[in-house]
Design a protein around this ligand. Structure first.
Ligand code: MLT
Length: 327
C-alpha cells in the first residue's frame, strides 16, 4: 500500500501522534524541530505537514513540496504560512481556532500581574541577594480600565478574567459583531486608547493589524499605561513601544510575541519594565494536547475523506492548480 506521508517538523504532542497512529494509511515522519534547510528537504515526500508557529511555510518552502495536499497549523495564527501560494497550489490550510484560547488568555493575565507587581525584576533582585521592597512598589488592577483590541475567542476570555479581578473592560473590534452577553463595552479606537490603563491586543497579524498600536496610538494612552501583547509580534510597533517606555510615558509592557522570534539582540529585551516570555501563550499541557489532537483529526479527515474542518482557504480545493497530487 502506498501510504500518505504526514510530516511533523516540530514538537509533536502525544495526543497528536496517537490520533495519527490509529490510521494505517498514514506514514508519520516526526523528526522534531527542523531548520529551514532540513524542512525544505523533508517536504519533498510529504502529503501533509503539521506545523506550529516556529515553522515558516513560505513560497520557497511550498515549492519544495510537490505532493503536499494539506497544511495543519497546530494553533490559530497562520501568519507563518503563505496562504495565497498554498491556495494557488491547491494545498488546503487548516487551523485549530479556540483550542488554546484559554491558555493564551490565562497567560495574558499572568503577564499583567507580572508587570503590575514587577515580579520578574523582583525575583532577579532577590536571587542576586538584595531585599528591595521600596523599588518594587506595585499597582492594583481593581477599578482600572482594560482596553481590548480584538474580542475573538481569546479576547472574550481575557475580558471575563479581567472583570473577575474588578477591572472595567472596554473593547474595539470592527469585525466581531456585538453580542447580547458581551462582558465589555464597545468603543472607537481613539476613545478606548484615551481611557485604558491597560491595553491588550488579541487580533491576528495581517495587513490591517500590522502596527495597530503604532507611535500615534501609544501616544494616546494615558501616562503610566501598560501594553500587553500575547497575540502576534508586529501588531505593536516595538520601536515606538521602547521609546514610550524610555520617555516614561508608559509604565511598562508585557510581550509574549515579537516582531522577530527569537528577539535576541533587540532593544525590547533591554528594559526591565518590559516583561517578556518566549511565545508561551498556548503552551500549557492542556492546550497542547487539545491542539495536537484536533489538528491531527482534521488532517486525517481531509487526507482520507476529503472533509474540510476549520479551513482558512477552502478555495484551494477548486483552484486551477488544485488537482489531486501524486502519491
Ligand atoms: C497560536 O497561534 O495558536 C499561538 O500563537 C500558539 C502557538 O502556535 O505557538
Amino acid at each position: 500500500m502506498n501510504r500518505l506521508q504526514v510530516l511533523i517538523p516540530t514538537r509533536a504532542a502525544p495526543e497528536m501522534l496517537q490520533a495519527l497512529a490509529a490510521h494505517d494509511e498514514l506514514e508519520i515522519v516526526a523528526p522534531g524541530n527542523l531548520n529551514v534547510e532540513q524542512l525544505h528537504k523533508a517536504l519533498a515526500h510529504a502529503h501533509a505537514v503539521i506545523i506550529r508557529s516556529n515553522n515558516l511555510l513560505d513560497a520557497a518552502a511550498l515549492a519544495q513540496a510537490p505532493r503536499l495536499r494539506v497544511i495543519g497549523r497546530a494553533g490559530s495564527g497562520v501568519d507563518n504560512v503563505d496562504v495565497q501560494e498554498a491556495t494557488r497550489r491547491g494545498v488546503v490550510v487548516l487551523n485549530t481556532p479556540g483550542a488554546n484560547a484559554r491558555a493564551t488568555a490565562e497567560h495574558t493575565l499572568a503577564m499583567l500581574f507580572a508587570v503590575s507587581r514587577h515580579i520578574p525584576a523582583a525575583h532577579d533582585s532577590l536571587h542576586a541577594g538584595t531585599w528591595e521592597k521600596a523599588r518594587f512598589l506595585g499597582t492594583e488592577l481593581r477599578g482600572k480600565t482594560m482596553g481590548l483590541l480584538g474580542v475573538g475567542r481569546v479576547g472574550r476570555i481575557v475580558a471575563q478574567l479581567a472583570r473577575g479581578i474588578g477591572m472595567q473592560v472596554v473593547a474595539y473590534d470592527p469585525y466581531v459583531p456585538p453580542h447580547a452577553d458581551d462582558p465589555f463595552e464597545r468603543m472607537d479606537l481613539p476613545v478606548l486608547l484615551s481611557m485604558s490603563h491597560v491595553v491588550s491586543v488579541h487580533v491576528p497579524l495581517n495587513e490591517q493589524t500590522q502596527h495597530l498600536l503604532g507611535r500615534a496610538e501609544l501616544a494616546q494612552l494615558p501616562q503610566g499605561a501598560v501594553v500587553l501583547n500575547c497575540a502576534r509580534g508586529g501588531i505593536v510597533d516595538e520601536e515606538a513601544l521602547c521609546d514610550a517606555i524610555e520617555s516614561g510615558h508608559l509604565a511598562g509592557a508585557a510581550l509574549d510575541v515579537f516582531e522577530e522570534e527569537p528577539p535576541f539582540g533587540r532593544r525590547v529585551l533591554r528594559f526591565p519594565q518590559i516583561v517578556t516570555t518566549p511565545h508561551l501563550g498556548g503552551s500549557t499541557r492542556e492546550a497542547q494536547g487539545e491542539v495536537g489532537r484536533r489538528i491531527a483529526q482534521q488532517v486525517v479527515a481531509y487526507l482520507l475523506r476529503g472533509e474540510l474542518q476549520h479551513c482558512v482557504n477552502p478555495h484551494a480545493v477548486s483552484s486551477p492548480d488544485g488537482a489531486p497530487r501524486g502519491t
